[in-house]
Write a protein that binds this ligand. Structure first.
Ligand code: AHN
Ligand code: ZN
Length: 336
């Protein structure tokens, strides 16, 4: 290890010296460029259209709240599956009955789009697609039992993944990639209900189900990336605690790529506290190292933005620049 570092160090000095005196670096090492600490090293961004992702988000939001048990929820599941199919993925749907925090049974649908289903190794990208049935953080208590529009919380992650699907289709990649849209992430015990436990297992019902019974027997992925609330204007993505705990090298790879692409104002060098999100169950039940790219700003009261779990989580908060930063960073990272 120290020997390696030393070599990289020497190569860097040689390259710099040549550039400084105007010589072309003709004696480049055969191996790929050394991963030095330099954040200015060039990297070719993958193609990703934020406009297109924006349309996919808008189309989900236009269907109304995607609350399990509703017609809009069924329609949206059909839409997501059809889009993945149009973009050349092998689509599987996992239907199940889950138990809500209050014991009520709900039908859920996890939607899986696979590229090159027999290729190995595989990379998994995921997001939840459902939206919260209750605006329990809304400033007006009369809204607490009304479902949220879920533009950022729900539609943004799924929208970015649909655009990634479109790009994967266009480039005809030979890689093994699975895009998984989890249902029923956001049905955790509402704030207004004191008669039931506020337990973390009341969240992420779709990913818990999938983690116990993946869509393919013995399914493995090298690593997984969860996108949650990835569309807000001025989003911040500090390194979430469980992500580093379970998948440090993937965190490193993604944040470094984001920073090299010039998106360091999103992929910030800060740690954030542990979050109960789909990645937690993917790590602990399915044993697949999974990181969470999730908007979190510790300087705000909830950390997730003033519109989080309110009726204001609408399209007004969704920002093209954020979508571009996340989509480009994720796609560039997994293709490199
Ligand atoms: C909790 O609020 C417990 N976890 C954040 C996960 C979440 C909720 N993501 C979207 N909505
Ligand atoms: Zn939520």
């Amino acid at each position: 290890m120290p020997m390696n570092r030393f070599c990289i160090f020497l190569v860097s000095i040689a390259a710099c010296a040549c550039q400084a005196c105007g010589h072309k670096a003709e004696t480049r090492p055969q191996a790929s460029p050394a991963p030095t600490a330099s954040s200015t090293s060039s990297i070719t961004p993958a193609e990703f259209s934020a406009d297109s992702a924006m349309v996919f988000i808008q189309e989900q939001v236009d269907m109304g709240p995607r609350v399990p048990g509703t017609a809009a929820h069924q329609r949206c599941a059909d839409y997501l599956a059809l889009q993945l199919q149009r973009f050349g993925a092998d689509v599987m749907q996992q239907e199940a009955v889950a138990r809500r925090y209050d014991g009520q049974q709900v039908g859920i649908r996890n939607i899986i789009g696979s590229y090159n289903p027999d290729a190995k190794p595989r990379i998994m990208l995921c997001a939840h697609w459902d939206s919260r049935p209750w605006a329990d953080q809304d400033e007006d208590p009369r809204n607490h039992r009304t479902p949220i529009p879920g533009a950022n919380d729900g539609a943004s992650g799924a929208g970015v993944l649909l655009e990634i699907a479109r790009q994967l289709h266009a480039m005809q990649t030979p890689r093994g990639i699975d895009l998984i849209l989890f249902d029923a992430e956001d049905m955790g015990t509402p704030q207004f209900d004191d008669s039931h436990p506020h337990d973390e297992t009341t969240w992420c019902l779709g990913s818990q189900h999938w983690s116990h019974a993946p869509h393919r027997f013995n399914y493995r992925a090298q690593y997984a990336i969860l996108l949650d609330m990835v569309g807000a204007k001025d989003a911040r993505f500090p390194r979430e605690y469980f992500s580093t705990y379970f998948a440090a090298s993937t965190v490193e790879k993604i944040w470094k790529t984001g920073q090299r692409l010039g998106y360091d104002r999103y992929f910030i060098d800060q740690e954030s506290s542990p979050l109960t999100d789909d990645h937690y169950f993917i790590n602990t039940i399915a044993n697949i190292p999974c990181i969470d790219i999730v908007h979190y700003n510790p300087d705000t009261p909830t950390g997730f933005g003033s519109y989080w779990h309110t009726l204001n989580d609408n399209m007004d908060n969704i920002d093209l620049q954020t979508l571009q930063a996340v989509g480009t960073t994720v796609l560039t990272s997994i293709l490199n």
